[in-house]
Design a protein around this ligand. Structure first.
Ligand code: 3UK
Length: 527
């Protein structure tokens, strides 16, 4: 047996984790629980249905790792996952990692065009998808010039992942990786619309689970974690998988689209102690709670991330449910939350304070630290940061500078040391906590024969949450009107992920532009 141990150093200013020279992160997250006597404990509770114990989880992970190796997948090769929130997500993710293969969970709300890009960009050897996503994944496989050797559905007819796991050998020795070896990737959207594969290392999930999960949030063995944000987001991956696994707790998994009614029903029925949502969903749940009751007796805290949580939502939620929402900012590149409010130290309307193990700098355009209280670009540093973007040295050099991550956000630190979000440094939008590139929505609008030009900006709704607003210049201005708005809306819904369609249309005669013809979105935001 190899030694895959870690040592957690928690001194105030120098919190860090030391890893044994050989370290495969599946060992402490999956195998450790058997030695600690947690085999019979429920690790995963699916809604509806199945429960999976820690012993079953470890057994399925080993068989899945063996199944991938038996197919011929090798060390460092990528397997793309378009998998709904269910136990197989865990089996595949951890089975791959334990075997030294690199899983790449993808946003399951994307369209064929997005998947085709990622299949090619990743040069993946395998693609595994839930049958629910076949209508977008299969055309993507057809369209991509890169043909992965192994394409599998998780379940259903024919050869499936579940079938291969059942047939595979039990028992798998963890691949002898190092803490700083590539472990898994997550794609993050870029301003130009082309996603970037952020490459995460074996140590990264340990760092987020210990410093944010355990030391900031206080996740513990008797917790039941329910994340409305799906596992394919870095946020959901921590909330709904790595944090409960790290603490030996239980995760509640819900495969369908999170809505106010179904999420509140899960909270009442499955009695989570920690509930993780995003601001848009909290706002929708509040509206629902105006005319319905919900049972929050089990919930210790609620957590919010993805976009800023308006102070008013915090206040109304506390009034309605008796629980606090702890807002924190994280990113795909950092893997999880690095600035956060906590149970005994929170200030609504701010992102809170630095999480243990992370450092920050707020700098001006020359990279110099700003005067305390002034706003500037937020740079952060911590051992969970992605090492690089796959296939993209230019973006890597821009974002990852001397061990610091440029978040792309403007922040200030108030007199009491709380970090206050002041907006993005680029044109990217966060809608329901998910990235939206204005360019992508504009490109879709321009495909419509009646559209000459389009510009998309963020516009706040009644809850103070940002949604896309489209400024449209028509070929024939007379055609502007409600009928055309409907037509454009249908057109957008046809080719964009469902959260990306514009919520408002404004027909204009021209768009503000620079001398070189670049659209000045900031001027439209002020309009
Ligand atoms: C914005 C926030 C204000 C901010 C994420 C928790 O959102 C996550 O990752 P993404 O890569 O986006 C990162 C960007 O989103 N943002 C996130 N949280 C907040 N802005 N207040 C917040 N609380 O622009 C940031 O740069 O999708 C969140 C954990 C893991 C994550 N990946």
């Amino acid at each position: 047996m190899q030694d895959h141990t870690i040592r957690i150093m928690s001194e105030a200013d120098a919190a860090h984790i030391e890893f044994a020279p050989t370290f495969n992160v599946a060992v402490p997250f999956i195998d450790r629980h058997l030695g600690e006597g947690r085999g019979a404990k429920v690790a995963i509770r699916e809604t509806p249905g199945r429960e999976v114990t820690y012993a079953e989880l470890a057994e399925r992970v080993d068989r899945c790792g063996n199944a991938l190796l038996e197919l011929g997948l090798g060390r460092g090769e990528r397997v793309l996952m378009m998998v709904k929130d269910c136990a197989e997500f865990y089996f595949l993710f951890w089975g791959a990692i334990k075997a030294g293969i690199v899983p790449v969970p993808l946003n399951t709300l994307l369209r064929a065009k997005d998947y085709a890009f990622m299949i090619e960009d990743s040069g993946c050897s395998g693609v595994v998808y839930s049958p629910e996503f076949a209508a977008e994944v299969e055309p993507a496989l057809e369209a991509s010039p890169h043909k992965p050797a192994h394409v599998l559905r998780t379940e259903g007819d024919g050869t499936t992942l579940v079938g291969l796991i059942d047939a595979a050998a039990a028992g798998l020795e963890a691949a002898p990786t190092a803490a700083t070896d590539d472990c898994f990737w997550l794609y993050s959207s870029g301003t130009t619309g082309t996603p970037k594969g952020a490459v995460h290392l074996h140590r990264d999930m340990v760092v987020t689970s210990q410093f944010y999960g355990v030391e900031t949030l206080g996740v513990r063995e008797d917790d039941v974690c329910f994340s409305a944000a799906k596992l394919f987001f870095a946020y959901g991956l921590g909330n709904g998988m790595t944090f409960p696994l790290w603490a030996g707790a239980t995760a509640v998994l819900f495969p369908a689209r999170p809505m106010p009614d179904n999420t509140l029903e899960i909270i009442g029925t499955f009695k989570p102690t920690l509930y993780f949502g995003v601001p848009t969903l909290y706002a929708a749940q509040l509206a629902w709670l105006d005319s319905h009751a919900a049972d929050f007796a089990s919930v210790r805290y609620c957590i919010s991330a993805g976009e800023a949580l308006p102070a008013d939502i915090f206040r109304r939620w506390k009034e309605q449910t008796g629980t606090v929402i702890l807002d924190g900012i994280g990113s795909t590149e950092a893997l999880h939350i690095f600035i956060s409010n906590t149970a005994d130290d929170h200030k609504p309307g701010t992102s809170g304070r630095m999480v243990t193990g992370y450092q920050s700098r707020i700098v001006d355009e020359n990279g110099n630290q700003v005067t305390p209280g002034d706003s500037g670009q937020l740079m952060i540093k911590g051992d969970s940061a992605a090492k690089y973007y796959w296939n993209n040295p230019g973006k890597t050099a821009q974002t990852m500078v001397n061990g610091w991550l440029n978040t792309g956000d403007t922040y200030l630190q108030d007199d009491n040391g709380y970090f206050v979000y002041c907006g993005r440094n680029d044109d990217m939008l966060k809608v329901g906590g998910i990235w939206c590139s204005p360019f992508e929505i504009e490109a879709k609008l321009i495909e419509h024969p009646k559209v000459l030009e389009a510009a998309v900006v963020g516009h706040e709704d009644d809850h103070g949450l940002v949604k896309p607003e489209a400024y449209v210049v028509l070929n024939t201005p007379d055609e502007a009107g409600e009928a055309l708005e409907k037509e454009l809306l249908e057109h957008c819904k046809g080719g964009l992920a469902p959260y990306k369609y514009p919520r408002w249309f404004r027909f204009v005669d021209e768009l503000p532009k620079t001398a070189t013809g670049k659209i000045q979105r900031f001027r439209l935001r002020q309009a």
